[in-house]
Design a protein around this ligand. Structure first.
Ligand code: SAH
Length: 349
């Protein structure tokens, strides 16, 4: 590693910011040596704020019906091979009750943009979840909606919202999405969510088709400026029924490298070691935690639907019961010296 790169890492660790060109340089300087010094710094700041705690979020995949047609996604509207499902209110409440028994205090409802989930329907689900489990946080990850809709859901009790920005480069955004979707609307959603008092998560896929060190530098700059409460990054993994089927998946090395950088940009950020990372490497999630992540999201969806929520090929954790999923992740975290904690796990600012 050159002295110049070492200086960039030191500067990032103490100032939590770099110039756009410097981010690009750092992304291009990826090597085992550079990764090692980033990890050292990232783990040290994470430990100061969160100790060896890893927060868990119970993921409930509420529907794979989607009106959007994102080019990378396995549940995109035009995938006619996707076997569609939608959970009922009762299904969702029973997944959450099981999760609660297992110690989960955050539930993440994620799904395609299913028109069935009108403001009224989704608000009543949020209200029911909050009244059944008042000590739990409810996170939504249901895509782009109007400001009014986000406001109603917030009033119904939703605490957090995950909406990956996908890429901070407009031209890149347009190559990943059909003409009907817009970069401006995605960014508008994130700003509205922030204004309405949600804890907000953005994020992107690592290695998505068309991604460059330049677009990644823009992602990092965006994260530096937006300061999200959560940031979901995981490797792009091709799905067989999409046009990107032959594109290479993102790598564990680059994902971990970026996790360390993001930890240094915004030290308190809640950063998951994602299922996609666990999909491309048998110890991907452990490696993510060791690089600076501090959240895992075990699956609480009914086993009968798990295979159907296939955003990408070979997604893991589709065959097990929720309790097995939780125990497996606890053991994995313990194996690298971390401990899963039962807590809502709000960001420490
Ligand atoms: N519809 C919601 C949430 C579901 S998709 C939304 O738009 O926010 C959740 C995330 O999965 C997306 O933001 C995307 O970054 C990721 N994803 C989709 N397809 C993927 C793929 N092929 N590989 C890796 N991640 C993918």
């Amino acid at each position: 590693m050159t002295e110049r790169v070492e200086r960039l890492v030191k500067s990032l660790a103490s100032n939590h910011r770099l110039q756009l060109e410097e981010y690009q340089e750092l992304v291009e300087a990826q090597s085992p040596e550079t990764a090692a010094i980033l990890v050292e710094q990232a783990v040290a700041v994470r430990r100061e704020i969160y100790g060896n705690a890893v927060y868990v979020r119970g993921l409930i995949e509420v529907s794979n019906i989607c009106k959007n047609d994102c080019l990378y996604c396995g549940i995109r509207r035009s995938n006619s091979h996707c076997d569609r499902y939608r959970l009922s209110l009762e299904d969702i409440l029973s997944c959450a009750a099981e999760g609660y028994r297992l110690g989960f205090r955050t539930f993440v409802l994620q799904g395609g943009e299913d028109p069935f989930f009108t403001d009224q329907v989704l608000s009543s689900i949020v209200t029911a979840l909050k009244s059944a489990h008042p000590d739990c946080a409810v996170t939504l990850s249901m895509g782009e909606r109007s400001r009014e809709s986000y406001q109603l859901l917030r009033e119904a009790g939703a605490d957090r919202y995950l909406l990956r920005h996908e890429t901070a480069d407009r031209a890149h955004y347009e190559t990943l999405h059909p003409a009907g979707m817009s970069f401006d609307n995605r960014m508008r959603c994130l700003r509205d969510l922030r204004d309405l008092g949600y804890q907000v998560g953005c994020g992107f896929m690592v290695g998505s088709p068309g991604q460059t060190s330049r677009t990644l530098a823009k992602d990092l700059k965006f994260i530096e400026e937006f300061k999200p409460d959560m940031c979901g990054i995981g490797p792009f993994v091709p799905h067989k029924d999409t046009a990107f089927r032959d594109q290479p998946a993102g790598t564990v090395e680059q994902t971990c490298y970026l996790l360390s950088i993001i930890r240094l940009i915004h030290p308190p950020v809640l950063l998951p070691a994602t299922t996609a990372l666990g999909t491309i490497h048998p110890e991907g999630r452990e490696l993510g935690i060791l690089a600076g992540a501090n959240v895992v999201m075990p699956n609480l969806s009914p086993v009968s639907v798990r295979k159907k929520y296939e955003l990408y090929d070979n997604k893991i954790c589709t065959g097990e019961e929720s309790a097995q999923c939780r125990d497996c992740l606890s053991a994995r975290m313990a194996s690298v010296g971390y401990e899963i904690v039962t807590a809502r796990g709000d960001i420490k600012k």
